[in-house]
Design a protein around this ligand. Structure first.
Ligand SMILES: [Zn+2]
Length: 388
């Protein structure tokens, strides 16, 4: 396959220029100013489009039928231009084999999960996965990680009050010990935590992930005077990855704006796409990227935060997150669409913008498919009350 004439944005190679991209045998084989198609090559005309490494969403939930958050990965992720997703703890040690067999292995979207330290994973909307301390099981989690080393890229812990009950400290320490013993990063979900965020940040190591980093609930990155917490700054300096994880209650423009103004920038931009936000306000990763353009981040920075940086976070840079020769043949083609648009955060604040990124085509393992935004950004028709 030859992708011709697009503007290649590959921050991992500091590349932002019109280039042709050749793919063969499931790999990128060449990136150059002019490549000639060989007989039988599929040629994709990318003139006027941005060509990026296949987008990576570091935080989604794609275990439908088991986790109440679960969405189908292919129609919601691959079809919106995201070739790789990290499932952030939908499955735990008790449920991971089913996640692998019935979702990961049969999906076209590449799924690289973080294992929930709560052994059930995120099954129930009524009972938090860490409320019963018997499910916080380091041994069981480590055994599952060892059995699925080829897939599992990290450990996840959610520390909101309604999810941990009285177990917040044991949950955090067990998750950290497990990640440490496995040699993997820990992703922490904060927000309405029963302990101060500073106590969490202090524990995080280089490469660990603080997701929902611009949430607007209790215990966010800003102190009561709106300044970035000193512990957040220290964590950033030591290489903790601040991840967006937009979600349904975890992204506030006001917090992001204040944090960006104080140079607390996101390492990775992710959607936290799941059942409760896929219609609105998240829709897809490209829309989350567009929100950061609206907040003033540059296009290269936004692409870096959805290609190079998430690939680094899961130890996959080179294979993923770049179009350097030898990388996986995963490519996203985006249109930079000018025109008035409006975006909403998880709290209902609206922001007007003059452009958005629209996925138009996606290549996964050398196979091209059409792509698009999740759905037209218009309100759905009011429910008629009649079954259809
Ligand atoms: Zn999540």
């Amino acid at each position: 396959m030859l992708i011709q004439g697009g503007t290649v944005l590959d921050p991992a190679q500091s590349l932002h220029a019109v280039r042709d991209v050749a793919l063969a045998g499931g790999r990128v084989t060449a990136v150059a100013e002019h490549l000639t198609p060989a007989p039988g090559d599929e040629v994709i005309d990318a003139r006027g489009l941005d060509v990026t490494p296949g987008l990576i969403d570091l935080h989604v939930h794609v275990f439908p039928g088991a986790s109440h958050y679960g969405i189908e990965p292919d129609p919601h992720c691959l079809a919106t231009g995201t070739t790789t997703v990290v499932d952030a703890g939908s499955a735990g040690a008790l449920t991971f084999p089913a996640f692998r067999k019935y979702v990961i292995e049969v999906s076209q979207t590449r799924i690289l999960p973080f294992l929930n330290i709560g052994a059930t994973g995120m099954l129930s909307a009524e009972v938090g996965e860490l409320e019963d301390v018997r499910f916080i099981d380091r041994g069981r989690a480590l055994a599952m990680i060892e059995a699925h080393r080829d897939l599992i890229r990290g450990v996840k812990v959610r520390l909101s009050r309604e999810l941990v009950g009285a177990n917040v400290r044991v949950a955090l320490s067990t998750a950290l010990e497990t990640a440490e013993a496995a040699g993997l990063p820990l992703m922490v979900h904060p927000g309405d935590t029963p302990i101060p965020l500073d106590d969490i940040l202090r524990e995080l190591r280089r490469g660990d992930v603080l997701t929902h980093c611009y949430h607007g609930r209790e215990q966010g990155v800003l102190d009561e005077r709106g300044r970035v917490r000193a512990q957040a700054r220290r964590a950033l300096d030591r290489g903790v990855n601040f991840d967006v994880g937009h979600g349904v209650g975890s992204f506030a423009f006001a917090v992001a704006r204040a944090a960006l103004a104080q140079e607390l920038r996101p390492g990775t931009i992710s959607s936290d796409l799941h059942v409760y936000n896929v219609i609105r306000p998240v829709f897809d990763l490209a829309t989350t990227m567009s929100k950061f353009l609206a907040l003033g981040l540059g296009l290269d920075d936004v692409v870096r935060a959805t290609t190079e940086m998430p690939a680094r976070a899961i130890g996959a840079l080179g294979e993923l997150g770049t179009l350097a020769p030898g990388a996986a043949a995963d490519v996203t083609l985006l249109q930079f669409d000018s025109g008035d648009v409006e975006f909403a955060d998880a709290r209902g604040e609206k922001v007007k913008a003059a452009a958005r990124l629209v996925p138009v085509r996606v290549v996964r393992n050398g196979v091209a498919r059409p792509a698009g935004l999740q759905r037209p950004h218009v309100p759905p028709a009011p429910f008629s009350g009649r079954p259809r």
